[in-house]
Design a protein around this ligand. Structure first.
Ligand SMILES: CC(C)(COP(=O)(O)OP(=O)(O)OC[C@H]1O[C@@H](n2cnc3c(N)ncnc32)[C@H](O)[C@@H]1OP(=O)(O)O)[C@@H](O)C(=O)NCCC(=O)NCCS
Length: 277
């Protein structure tokens, strides 16, 4: 089988959606042709058998949103070549680091990530908690200013796979959650200093929950350690203030004890993988 890696085109949509059920591909294949990097693996005998899409962010980082190879064509080097070509194109666009998020303890993802030269950069946990009646101390921060604050901490993009782009739209969302058009950053401050910031997307629906609970969905970007418990309570308070049934937030591993203690249900371990370009 001879495989060519090339830029994806509109005509490839049917072939790609035939071998991946990933909801974001079905929803965004065409939009993604003009956003970031979309490549397909086109074989001489079986047609299009692989697909990868990356978003390229202004901070010179790129995230792999989707990577999929048709089941019957796996373990023949197609995924490897797709990632290699995508990283090369990202390099041409000035990207410094390519990242992706994968379920931890998934041996395919772990084995593949290792083989394409990705290391584990961060461990994240999905924390979910009912909105208990705590007062919220979040202040809606001006978006650009907060983004700078987070960037200055040096953890921007590193601690989470949820990422707000320049327009404040979310990227890299967990696939079980839908409806994220309304992202904002909320700054948490004390004594006039920003102690933490959370990217808040508004309302989502947790399709994993039997009753499809509406929830507040956040990417937890950064928090000073001493303020983690307060942050956990305020995430729930914010959800309650917005009349949402739940709050879901990706947290870095060192904040797990504080969120656990605040009554969040912590699970869904994921790794952020990265490869320097
Ligand atoms: C992950 C995926 C894209 C890999 O594609 P692929 O074309 O089969 O990968 P390659 O053949 O290029 O594999 C390269 C190396 O990765 C590692 N690898 C690939 N699949 C593996 C598996 N199931 N278990 C362990 N290691 C694996 C191996 O080291 C392999 O080299 P080898 O075959 O010489 O041992 C494919 O399995 C897939 O589409 N999975 C479903 C979607 C998914 O999980 N996407 C990844 C999100 S990060």
């Amino acid at each position: 089988m001879d495989v060519e890696i090339r830029t994806a085109e509109q005509e490839d949509e049917a072939a790609v959606t035939a071998f991946t059920e990933h909801p974001r591909v079905h929803a965004e294949f065409v939009t993604w042709l003009d956003e970031g990097i979309s490549l397909v693996a086109d074989s001489d005998d079986a047609g299009v058998v692989g697909y990868v899409h990356l978003h390229v962010y202004p901070s010179d980082e790129a995230w792999i949103d989707v990577l999929a190879v048709a089941e019957e064509e796996r373990r023949r080097g197609v995924g490897f070549r797709l990632v290699d070509a995508a990283v090369e194109e990202a390099d041409d666009r000035g990207v410094d680091v390519v990242r992706c998020m994968g379920m931890a303890e998934d041996s395919t993802v772990e084995g593949f990530a290792d083989s394409v030269g990705f290391d584990v950069a961060a461990e994240l946990h999905l924390a979910r908690g009912f909105g208990f009646p705590y007062g919220s101390q979040f202040e809606e921060a001006q978006f650009d200013a907060s983004l700078e604050t987070i960037r200055d901490t040096g953890v921007y993009g590193r601690v989470n796979g949820l990422y707000a782009d320049a327009e404040g739209r979310f990227r890299g969302l967990p696939t079980s959650v839908d409806g994220f058009d309304d992202a904002r950053i909320l700054g948490f401050s004390d004594d006039g200093e920003v102690r933490g910031a959370v990217v808040f997307s508004g309302r989502g629906v947790n399709r994993d929950a039997p009753e499809n609970r509406s929830e507040m969905v956040c990417g937890f970007v950064w928090c000073e350690e001493d303020y983690a418990s307060q942050m956990a309570l305020d995430v729930r308070g914010e959800a309650r203030d917005r009349n949402l049934q739940d709050a879901a937030v990706w947290i870095p591993v060192d904040l797990v004890p504080s969120f656990d203690q605040a009554g969040f249900d912590v699970g869904g371990k994921r790794y952020v993988y990265q490869r320097r370009v």
